[in-house]
Design a protein around this ligand. Structure first.
Ligand code: H49
Length: 358
């Protein structure tokens, strides 16, 4: 831990053009505190910059050109599930900003040495329930059938529609988990229509504006923050290709292709490809029409190339996982497809962690 603390503080002072003497003073403080308590308290500035650099080091993220504009909320002092729930609702409202989305992260208490940290059980702050039916079919998002059953076990009752927002489950260290319903007024949703197909709106599809990842661990300078939900805006393919297009998710390609009058019995009609483009066109059209921030995969690709160029100017390489950066549709039509990438793990960074529920 001390080695990671030293490495991070060196980075912090170097990137803020601070003299070595200032760094030595800070390091002495940290070493002294560590000797006493096996940990140390990071300053608000060290915390905020660490979160930005963790984003800069995120190998799966195509949107890193904006890493310096992250809004960091230092909420390490909150101690009860109720006040953390209130802070999460405030996060959703601040980040959504009526559609003009700003990147936010809320950082809660660090994990104490030798103890379990507090956790949000949900993978994202806003996710739709999945209800398994008697005939094996699913109403809602099949990815969340198990989580939905856990919520129902805790006493939560969903309406049973395909787009019921799941409650937040917050667990404080050494306490039982508690669930909280997010007020619907806090959740902005976009109803999906297509510029050329009037029947598209009749499918009754929508998606929420804010992606907010809540089950990754933020690690800065040897300190672990197991609850540090971060949110930004969507790239259209996340909704139009994966969430609504995957067979194991809402599986909408067959229905859309049918409505388009395509021959879904023959692969040669490329009906899946044409339905994917229609779905992504609908997502971009609807978000733009309703004034909600989103980025198309071509723009995001160009921004990532620009980010790599800017980082090279700063003398830094951009660690990236090609398979996660390249969009799931039209891959070779985006510049990132033709770009060499090196997948290394730098710190500070975000790390997936063991699900809180078994
Ligand atoms: N647009 C976003 N999408 C995003 C970013 C990081 C992680 C995730 C969650 N992806 C998890 C899925 C499921 C496994 C592989 N991908 C979504 C953002 C989320 C938070 C800021 S931007």
């Amino acid at each position: 831990m001390l080695l990671e603390a030293t490495d991070y503080l060196r980075l912090f002072y170097r990137e803020h053009d601070q003299p070595e003497s200032r760094l030595e003073v800070r390091l002495a403080e940290v070493y002294q505190e560590y000797r006493r308590s096996q940990t140390y308290w990071q300053t608000p500035a060290e915390l905020a910059y660490g979160a930005k650099v963790a984003w800069r080091n995120s190998t799966n993220c195509i949107g890193r050109i904006f890493w310096q504009s992250l809004n960091v909320r230092d909420l390490r002092h909150l101690t009860t599930a109720e006040e953390i729930f209130a802070a999460l609702v405030e996060h959703i409202e601040l980040a959504t900003n009526n559609g003009s989305i700003h990147p936010y992260i809320s950082i809660f208490a660090p994990q104490q040495p030798g103890k379990k940290g507090m956790r949000i059980w949900n993978p994202q702050l806003i996710r739709y329930a999945g209800y398994r039916q008697a005939d094996g079919s699913v109403v809602g998002d099949p990815e969340h059938c198990k989580f939905t059953e856990i919520c129902q076990h805790f006493g939560w009752k969903g309406k049973g529609t395909p787009f019921d927002v799941l409650p937040l489950i917050i667990q404080m260290p050494d306490r039982p988990p508690q669930w909280f319903e997010i007020p619907s007024k806090a959740i902005l949703e976009v109803f999906l229509s297509h510029p050329d197909y009037p029947w598209f709106a009749d499918l009754g599809l929508k998606w929420h504006a804010l992606p907010a990842v809540s089950d990754w661990r933020l690690e800065i300078g040897g300190i672990s923050y197991p609850t540090a939900p971060f949110s930004g805006w969507y790239m259209c393919t996340e909704i139009g290709a994966r969430n609504l297009g995957d067979v194991q998710r809402y599986n909408l390609l067959p229905i859309i292709a049918e409505k388009m009058g395509l021959d879904t019995r023959s692969k040669l009609s490329l009906w899946k490809d044409r339905a994917l483009v229609a779905l992504n066109t609908a997502v971009l059209h609807s978000f733009a029409q309703q004034g909600v921030s989103i980025v198309d995969h071509h723009t995001a690709s160009s921004q990532f190339i620009q980010h790599m160029e800017r980082e090279a100017q700063a003398g830094r390489m951009v660690p990236a996982d090609w398979g996660r950066i390249v969009p799931p549709i039209s891959a070779s039509a985006t510049e990132v497809f033709h770009t060499e990438m090196e997948n290394v793990c730098l710190k500070p960074n975000f790390f997936p962690q063991q699900a809180s529920y078994s």
